[in-house]
Design a protein around this ligand. Sequence first.
Ligand code: AP5
Ligand code: MG
Ligand code: ZN
Length: 221
Amino acid sequence: MNVVFLGPPGAGKGTQALKVSEFFGFPHISTGDMFRKAASEGSPLGLKAKSFMDKGDLIPDEVVTGVVIDRIAEEDCGSGFILDGFPRTLPQAVELDKALGESGDKLDIVINIDVDRSELVRRLTGRRMCTSCGSSFHVTFNPPAREGFCDSCGSELFQRADDSEESVVNRLKIYDEQTEPLIEYYGQENILKTIDGGRSIDEVSDSISEFLNGSKKHNVV
Ligand code: AP5
Ligand code: MG
Ligand code: ZN
């Protein structure tokens, strides 16, 4: 099952993609996490990406697309993958379809998480991320059991540089201009499922699991 999680910054893509990945056993591929890791390791690619990410700008298509296409060709993606944060421009979506088509594969489902704008800002400014395993928490909506530390692996939590108010405004603007058109693109391909992401984490997760289980049962994926 090849799944894409689509949605604006703060919609809960990472939170939900991780749950689906754990439940179904497909790798969770977050482009944001991949480039943040590369940046923290100080690789040339990571440092280049960081200059875009900290401002909330997109990394150029040709840089991101190659990395993702290589990643989904790896063995652990053989029976499926969960993409989170890719594609987020039309050229990325077209290149992904092309690469999958060339290997006789395709995307099965695009889950579009829909959330009100004011709620997104609250979620992003209160978010805390794990330095190690990619889990995300929220100071109010999803606090860790021990303040400042990850529930899953015990590592320290940090606030992302692009969760400043200035970067958040820029990221939402870029989402409207460059990523939102993908809703129509995947709608036309008939693989889009929009989920109301304004509910609690567990309610959203139940809706997504129910939908994916139903699709599996009916051999849609
Ligand atoms: P990326 O890391 O993908 O960031 P994003 O798309 O801006 O999305 P976020 O990770 O901020 O939000 P999310 O939807 O994952 O929400 P989360 O689950 O954490 O990308 C970062 C940057 O990398 C980009 O700006 C760009 O520079 C670069 N990049 C990445 N991919 C790229 C690409 N394809 N092309 C070019 N550049 C690329 O949840 C948010 C918060 O809300 C958390 O605190 C969480 O605990 C809380 N929360 C989640 N769900 C709920 C709920 N239902 N109720 C209450 N709180 C909730
Ligand atoms: Mg994320
Ligand atoms: Zn962790």
